[in-house]
Design a binder for this molecule. Structure first.
Ligand code: HEC
Length: 396
């Protein structure tokens, strides 16, 4: 397909994905916030079966929100459900994954230095990782394990770590990260579809018929929404991680992914405890400190000081390397892409100098550029460019 058309599809679908994702997570954060802020209602509300209420002001108006202990006596005429936010986020996410990583598998998903696989095989591995994870999770939710929250969480974390490691052996670094994100997102959307919605339908049904709702439905929904809650922050990190090659492009990118999942899920624990009336701000402090410790731990090694008598790397050497390895995607005359990628052009000495810090970040500290190493840059070339930058990026 024409590269421009693919770019347009990418733009439209990504935009929709962000919009629907904001709506999903926004609604889910809002309801968690509501639950955390409900207060004991006045007598007359309690008599109606209201368990908690709160007042808020927003957009120039007062809102009175009430939550029933179980359900209202009579079903309201209009009842708002929140499910399409989740479904449409998942659908647009799958479309985006397909446009970028499956249609563009050769560029974004396959890394021939890791595994020399074809487009079909890569897509098959990718989709199986999503379907397999979904099925495995659904099975886990039907075992006794679901009653042991911490053990369940640790098993999920171990699984995510294993998947991050396994996928990073066959896919490009970004492809591996994005598939871990997609498998978490698939499980989360599945939770809405398989757990939360059926429970809510059963509840509405029971209220309409005037029968007692089946408690097991409610428990199942609670379990799954708790899981989704813990998964939200890790998922959001993965979705923005492509801006941070220091994470996915690191030698131990898979372990960094696992660590960030653990730390951010722990941060979410603060809010869940608060829901139960327990306030432990130390959790937020500890997770913040752990996150900073992680960033320090993954910092690129300081380059050895350059010997005084070392030869100055000449700019012409660097210029040749950049022309061979980068300008196919970063210039006015790109050959591998229709336009200069990431807004970066490396056509002239001044531009190369201007971009030196980012060249350092993307091609020396991490090996995330050239993309998929499509232009086959060697380690020696990286070392030469790195040394040139260290020596002050002089244009001689
Ligand atoms: C096959 C195409 C391709 C090649 C070859 C390539 N890049 Fe990129 N580059 C991209 C794409 C796509 C983006 C935008 C997406 C992104 O930032 O990951 C990008 C973005 C960048 C950015 C901008 C983002 C930032 O971090 O500020 C820099 C810098 C960069 N590349 C440096 C290089 C260098 C240096 C080389 C050569 C050693 C190189 N690239 C080779 C495709 C390529």
């Amino acid at each position: 397909m024409d590269a421009y058309i693919i770019d347009c599809l990418n733009l439209i679908v990504r935009w929709l994905h962000v919009i629907t994702g904001v709506a999903w997570i926004g609604a889910s954060f809002y309801f968690v916030w509501l639950d955390n802020n409900l207060e004991k209602p006045p007598e007359w509300k309690q008599k109606k079966g209201i368990g908690g209420d709160l007042w808020a002001i927003h957009g120039g108006g007062f809102y009175e929100v009430a939550k029933y202990k179980l359900a209202p006596e009579k079903m309201p005429e209009t009842l708002h459900w929140f499910k399409w936010e989740a479904y449409s986020t998942w659908i647009t996410g799958m479309l985006l994954l397909s446009i970028m990583f499956y249609l563009g598998a050769d560029t974004y998903l396959i890394d021939r230095s890791k595994a020399d696989i074809g487009q079909g095989t890569a897509i098959l591995i990718g989709l199986s990782s999503l379907i397999g994870s979904f099925l495995l999770y659904e099975i886990l939710c039907r075992t006794k394990l679901k009653e042991y929250g911490l053990a369940f969480g640790l098993i999920c974390l171990a699984y995510i770590t294993a998947m991050a490691y396994g996928l990073s052996q066959v896919f490009s670094d970004r492809g591996a990260y994005m598939h871990v994100g997609a498998l978490i997102g698939t499980v989360m959307a599945g939770n809405v579809f398989n757990g939360i919605m059926p429970a809510q339908r059963a509840l509405v049904d029971a209220v309409t018929k005037g029968t007692a709702p089946n408690a097991s439905h409610g428990l199942n929904a609670k379990l799954r929404s708790t899981h989704n809650n813990y998964a939200t922050l890790p998922l959001l990190f993965i979705m923005i991680s492509n801006h941070y090659p220091m994470t996915y492009g690191h030698q131990y990118g898979w372990a960094i992914l696992a660590a960030i999942c653990a730390i951010t899920a722990y941060a979410r624990h603060y809010f869940n405890l608060k829901h139960q009336g327990i306030s432990k701000p130390s959790i937020l402090v500890i997770s913040g400190a752990l996150f900073i410790a992680l960033l320090i731990a993954i910092a690129p090694p300081r380059p050895a000081p350059v010997a005084k008598d070392a030869n100055q790397v000449s700019f012409s050497q660097v210029n040749t390397i950049i022309a061979d390895r980068c300008t196919a995607c970063h210039s006015d005359h790109t050959t591998l892409f229709p336009t200069a990628q990431g807004g970066v052009k490396l056509d002239t000495p001044d531009l190369i100098k201007k971009w030196a810090p980012r060249i350092q970040a993307r091609a020396i500290n991490s090996h995330d550029m050239p993309l998929g190493n499509m232009t086959k840059m060697t380690d020696e070339e990286r070392a030469t460019v790195g040394l040139w930058i260290q020596q002050g990026a002089k244009l001689d």
